[in-house]
Design a binder for this molecule. Structure first.
Ligand SMILES: NC(=O)CC[C@H](N)C(=O)O
Length: 389
């Protein structure tokens, strides 16, 4: 049921129960497990536009977080047959374990068209056939939604931890090595803010030669600086970016003192720390096929997206440059400060799931840290060649 009163009847899979959330559609063809475990979906019900979901099962290796945080999952047709050498369980059994309510056999194209016309809507999935539509509609409309709510505190880690695992050899694509980078003599030390961080970001940072400590979202800037990092990473995460004043404040305190790279929610936090503001998109971008133009090179990347909000470029001060734009709707997809070492993208260079076109951004972060280390230590660094290039 959507908040406009429209109802679809289907068949439950996964857990039983009733869940209310903000309904969004995702256009990825593959990678449903990474989508379901992306903490950025906390509070949302995800409708997959790909019509056939579940045929590759699930494997713990593909989890993007310790568990699923989304509210519900909607597909056209669930495959009861699991056929993949990596599969350890069926999607339905695993969703039941994760207490995620899912529905299949509904017209996902009709739901998607409705969301495109009306914008994001609140919605509900239930396996309780005894409740009346009027009763369910009341529950949907009583839900206050995600605007102004700090969802990060529901997904961030309780304590700091270290991450050392790169992308597994079997999946490493080493595209970044084509840029001429070599492993530095001293790895770069990155402190990553966990606003709902995806594991593949940690793997890509590690594959690019970083040692990473992940810290909880509320960690003050001074505590981060005390760790003496080469760079600070601001992660993706759920909910409304304007409801996180503590994160914006910490980022503002770090600006200019250490190189900063932000992804998605991290980009929205950096945008606010630089003086900008965020706004809600009509229905957002969710999927692995969004064209983004890198304005400095003119190159177009096909990229993975998952955002309902964006940074308003008009709100940014003149020393902040918009670096990337979305070619579907023109919205800001990346920014950098023209003098301070800080940049961010609204989309997902770590993919998971999605294309790897934007992996070069991790190499750019490494170069920024290298340049900063050289300035700080005033010694010729390992990255001299790359910088001259
Ligand atoms: N993936 C993300 O980090 C999402 C950021 C934010 N919650 C949004 O919806 O725009």
């Amino acid at each position: 049921m959507l908040e406009d009163g429209s109802v679809w009847h289907g068949y439950g899979f996964g857990a039983e129960g009733t869940r209310v959330g903000e309904v969004v559609f995702n256009t990825s063809m593959t990678g449903y497990q990474e989508i379901i475990t992306d903490p950025s979906y906390a509070g949302q019900i995800v409708v997959m536009t790909a019509p056939h979901i579940g045929n590759t099962g699930v494997t713990p290796e593909d989890d993007e977080a310790s568990r699923a945080f989304l509210r519900g999952f909607v597909v056209r047709e669930y495959s009861p047959v699991v056929s993949n050498w990596r599969a350890r369980a069926s999607l339905s059994a695993w969703l039941a374990e994760q207490e995620i309510v899912a529905i299949q056999g509904v017209d996902t194209r009709a739901i998607t068209r409705r969301l495109r016309e009306k914008g994001s809507l609140r919605g509900l999935i239930t396996t309780d056939a005894t409740r009346s539509d009027a009763d369910l509609l009341e529950e949907v409309r009583a839900w206050p939604g995600l605007d102004g709510v700090d969802m990060v505190q529901t997904v961030t880690c309780a304590e700091a931890y270290h991450w050392t695992e790169p992308t597994a050899d079997a999946w490493e694509f080493r595209q970044w090595q084509a840029h001429g980078d070599a492993a530095p003599a001293r790895p770069f030390y990155v402190v990553a803010y966990d606003f709902g961080i995806k594991r593949n970001i940690l793997r890509r940072l590690t594959s690019h030669g970083c040692r990473v400590t992940v810290v909880p979202a509320h960690t003050p800037a001074e505590e981060v600086l005390a760790l003496n990092p080469d760079g600070v990473f601001l992660s993706n995460g759920p909910g409304d970016p304007s409801a996180l004043p503590y994160a914006v404040e910490a980022t503002r305190a770090l600006l200019g003192r250490v190189p900063i790279f932000g992804i998605c929610l991290g980009h929205q936090i950096l945008g606010q720390a630089l003086g900008g503001r965020t706004y809600r998109l009509k229905f957002g971008h969710h999927g692995g096929n969004q064209p983004v133009k890198y304005l400095r090179t003119g190159h177009v990347e096909i990229s993975a997206h998952n955002h309902n909000f964006a940074v308003d470029p008009e709100s940014l001060p003149p020393d902040v440059e918009v670096t990337h734009v979305n070619l579907n709707d023109g919205c800001c997809e990346g920014l950098r400060h023209t003098t301070l070492p800080a940049f961010s993208v609204q989309y997902h260079p770590e993919a998971a799931p999605g294309p790897h076109d934007a992996d070069y951004l991790f190499a750019e972060f490494v170069r920024l840290m290298a340049a900063h280390r050289q300035t700080k230590e005033n010694v010729p660094g390992e990255y001299q060649k790359t910088r001259e290039e």
